[in-house]
Ligand binder design. Structure first.
Ligand SMILES: [Zn+2]
Ligand SMILES: [Zn+2]
Length: 360
């Protein structure tokens, strides 16, 4: 764990029975007195860290990238799943998970329908991140824990609006946990995007948009087709889009890209899949990282626009206030987010070890 400004120390807690490792962030006040973040209360006994988050009583792995006997899969992005023996997930995630990793044993958990499983009451709630993305609420004898997975609070054209129930313990994905990451209003970003795409088409250019294979590409497709702009999709994006449509999420007029582009069409490709042979391309990326002015150079595009499937800084704080937890465990984000939460008076911690991984 990185120490920030020399005023933090990390303490590893090894609690018997739970092989429990949570990094407790403590802070020394200016007068030198330690203001130790509240140690895990009973609510924390619902989970432990085993190179990943596990619900202890149910022995249920959460979003593991390594094969597990029983795992909850919050959504079908590569950094949240593996070929598990048995996976709990929403029906939509089950379909997308199996598209990507082949036939697997799954237990479908539609949103807001509690099940009793492994000694816990488990309920999924929409996470607003991509089709089927879910938060998991685990309850046990008056204790509760909410795991957000990747989420956002803003609306999406292709994912149900996020819904956050109250929980005593909140495990929150905090990718954009820095005040630099405050995204402009969605309508403003989309208005700019549509006018740039129309300008490219009017100039006889081909708008080529980078989008992750699952989620962002389908939402961009639906947004463009609703504006009357048909879309060509690279093969792997097209395969996911067909499952979206089978799951009742229509995307409008789109076809598989076969190497030719008729005038008036936009093209969507995964990041890092340039269409080198196409003349007169205008390249776009839509990502939260676009709040950094240098993003378009880093991403190699003409226009980088800040549209994200992850909660921005203000959404993270709003989510925490909605859940009103007694304890917060942050994952995937900058550790400085925990400091900010402590400064704001929240009981916040870093969850387990930071995982170095790509953001999907
Ligand atoms: Zn992720
Ligand atoms: Zn994701």
């Amino acid at each position: 764990m990185r120490c920030n400004g020399g005023n933090e120390v990390a303490v590893n807690l090894n609690l018997p029975r739970y092989t429990f490792l949570v990094l407790e962030v403590t802070r020394l006040r200016k007068n030198g007195m330690p203001n130790v973040a509240t140690l895990p209360d009973r609510t924390s006994n619902m989970f432990h860290w085993e190179n990943g988050l596990k619900l202890t009583i149910a022995d249920l792995a959460i979003d593991f990238r390594r094969r597990q006997p029983r795992a909850f899969v919050s959504h079908a992005h590569a950094d949240h799943m593996a070929r598990h023996e048995y996976a709990l997930c929403t029906p939509e995630t089950a379909a997308l998970y199996q598209l990507r990793l082949g036939p697997r044993a799954t237990l479908a958990m539609p949103y807001r329908q509690p099940i009793e499983w492994g000694g816990l009451r488990l309920t999924t709630y929409p996470a607003g991140h991509c089709l089927g993305s879910a938060m998991l609420l685990a309850e046990d004898q008056g204790q509760s824990l909410l795991y957000t997975g990747d989420f956002k609070l803003r609306p999406s054209a292709t994912a149900e609006l996020a819904e956050l129930p109250h929980a005593d313990t909140l495990v929150i994905e905090s990718t954009f946990g820095h005040p630099n990451y405050r995204l402009p209003p969605r309508d403003e970003v989309l208005g700019e995007f549509f006018s740039l795409v129309r300008k490219a088409l009017a100039d006889d250019c081909v708008p080529v948009i980078q989008g992750y294979v699952l989620g962002k590409s389908q939402e961009i497709t639906r947004l463009l087709t609703a504006e009357g702009i048909p879309v060509l999709q690279q093969k792997s994006i097209y395969a996911v889009s067909q499952v979206y449509e089978q799951l009742g999420c229509p995307l409008g007029r789109f076809e598989r890209y076969n190497g030719r582009v008729e005038p008036g069409w936009a093209v969507i490709v995964p990041p890092g899949s340039p269409l080198g042979h196409l003349d007169r391309q205008v390249k776009f990326a839509l990502t939260g990282w676009a709040v950094d002015r240098s993003a378009k150079y880093r991403l190699g595009v003409d226009h980088a626009l800040p549209l994200s499937d992850h909660a921005d800084y203000d959404e993270l704080i709003a989510a925490i206030d909605q859940v009103a937890p007694k304890a917060i465990y942050c994952t995937h984000g900058p550790e400085s987010f925990v400091d900010r939460l402590l400064d704001l008076g929240y009981n916040a911690h870093v969850l387990g070890k930071r995982r170095q991984e790509r953001l999907f």
